[in-house]
Ligand binder design. Structure first.
Ligand code: PMP
Length: 306
């Protein structure tokens, strides 16, 4: 997806012009993938732009940093304030926010100098992640030939830059084969997640999503959907799923900050029973849109207004 530049980027405590937000080619994180980041969305509301679950995302950034032995040097509150000020300065009504903590220039080697963290927050407009057609008719998934990163290799619960070569290999393979996204499995053959989104199956009006122990990134949209679904009276279970359970599901959908909630039309060319967007997926999508746009007072605590 093409980037649309905005006015300014927050870099180590200062707002600088978009084009000047540059780093040295020998920045260690570029070479070794040792960095952590987040993807956050801001939505237009009747009271101006609001960031959805900003603190939870920034807490996950801190958690990811802990896994990688980094200290971002800025607290969750400081990064939240910087994010909101960035939105105000760019004048965006809605958009995607990308905080990243990486290791700055100064040393090289596979054991990087860990006390040299730098932090940047950028924002830009970002539309539908899987495209309008997938939103409307559902996305087509294919089980990847690549396994999802595992607990013995690259910790899946940390959102690390280097970890995304795994997602990217799977996504590129899926797209080159004519699908919208990859479905990645664990070494045991359990469903983990799509390349950058969690997955839910619906069977007999019960929701099932893989547990954290099945090598997922614990998604904040996943948590949002579990909360909304339970509040709407659905039973939600975190339990292992096999690919064939998805083949026979009534409905399935993906969740993620970029993707939001996208219906799954097929898995490995087996059409999901509901076809397109099923009734439970539709209800959750509507509930989600109400919440992120500030129309549901019960969940206003999830919004930080710029
Ligand atoms: N899994 C992976 C691998 C992801 O990159 C993402 C996107 N951050 C998700 C799941 C969904 O997480 P979230 O809902 O917090 O965006």
């Amino acid at each position: 997806m093409k980037l649309t530049p905005t006015e300014t980027i927050w870099m180590d405590g200062e707002f600088i012009p978009w084009d000047q937000a540059q780093i040295h080619v020998l920045t260690p994180s570029l070479h070794y993938g040792w960095g952590v980041y987040e993807g956050i969305r801001a939505y237009p509301t009747a009271d101006g732009p609001a960031v959805f679950r900003l603190r939870e995302h920034l807490q996950r950034l801190h958690d990811s940093a802990r896994v990688y032995l980094m200290d971002p040097g800025w607290s969750v509150d400081e990064l939240a304030e910087a994010s909101l000020e960035l939105l105000r300065r760019t004048g965006l009504e809605s958009g995607y926010l990308r905080p990243i903590a990486y290791l700055g220039y100064g040393a090289m080697g596979v054991a990087p100098q860990l006390d040299n963290a730098r932090v940047v927050i950028a924002t830009w407009p970002w539309g539908s992640y899987l495209g309008e057609k997938a939103e409307r008719e559902g996305c087509r998934l294919v089980v990847s030939s690549w396994q999802r990163n595992g607990i013995h290799s690259v910790p899946p619960l940390a959102k690390a830059t280097g970890a995304y070569v795994n997602s990217a290999l799977a996504k590129v393979e899926a797209v080159r084969s004519g699908y919208d996204d990859a479905l990645m499995l664990t070494p045991a053959g359990h469903v983990a997640e799509a390349s950058a989104a969690n997955i839910f199956a619906v069977r007999d009006r019960m929701l099932i999503t893989p547990p954290v122990s099945d090598n997922i990134l614990p998604g904040i949209t996943r948590d949002t959907v579990m909360t909304l679904a339970r509040d709407l009276g659905y039973e939600v279970n975190e339990q292992s799923l096999t690919r064939s359970e998805l083949y026979v599901a009534d409905e399935a959908f993906l969740t993620g900050t970029a993707a939001e909630i996208v219906p799954v039309a097929s898995v490995d060319d087996r059409a999901v029973a509901a076809g397109g967007c099923g009734p439970v997926t539709k209800q959750l999508r509507e509930a989600f849109q109400g919440v992120v746009h500030g129309r549901n007072p019960d969940y206003r605590g999830w919004l930080d207004y710029a």
